[in-house]
Design a protein around this ligand. Sequence first.
Ligand SMILES: [Zn+2]
Ligand SMILES: [Zn+2]
Length: 274
Amino acid sequence: MSIEVKFWGVRGSIACPSPDHVVYGGNTSCLEMRVAGKVLIFDAGTGIRNLGKDLIRRKVTEATIFLTHTHWDHINGFPFFVPAYNPKAAFHVMAGHLTDQGGVERVFSAQMANPTFPVPLSAMQSKLTFEDFTVGDDLNPGEGIVIRTAPLRHPNGATAFRVEYGGQAVCYVTDTEHEPGKPDEIILDFIRDADLVIYDSTYTDEEFPQKIGWGHSTWQEGIRLCRAANAKRLALFHHDPDHNDAAMTAIEQQAKSTWSGAFAARDEMVVVIE
Ligand SMILES: [Zn+2]
Ligand SMILES: [Zn+2]
């Protein structure tokens, strides 16, 4: 009875490969959870390309993809997700922020359209299904797995996910902006007693005043929320591409000395909750 989390992309905004972004990685948002034999994928940023190659190696041909939202950094790896071209594979894509805006399939198909991409969505030969839910709904991707959802404060909307299985809980909370001095009550309730919280830590508290209205939060706010909600561990996530390895190492050290439950997520890092 475990939840295995693997980070395939941990950056926000835009992929940033460079000799100074090796330790933490340069791919944008994508993570995998293996729960009760199911593969659950969260976001389809550039990290999903390597996940796709790994699924082929592991002969996995079925998964559900949950999207926090559809900003570029969370969807633009999907055209390079090779398993989706396999006629024997099946993928179910779910989003909670587009029910009133034409739905998620429309966004995926617009992303792969002439003249910005050479191959249309219909070239993907796998069984691709799309589902729009209403944020706040509970989802059941497999027996004994419950995924709760909650709205985040982000331009165009975003959805947080809380995966519960066998008494464990992992929360994926990105992208979201906090109000200094006023903890987000929805998030506090949502992450209560969680084993792991993956949180939008794009900025530091020092940088935040220059970034108000951009839709992101800080690692310090992540720690404040986790402490107040009695969560056990915090993964700093959605790193600013301007934070190179040296900056990230300093941030991670500061975060760990502030609260021992904190660490910075890196590309291909695995965390097992059991
Ligand atoms: Zn983002
Ligand atoms: Zn966003």
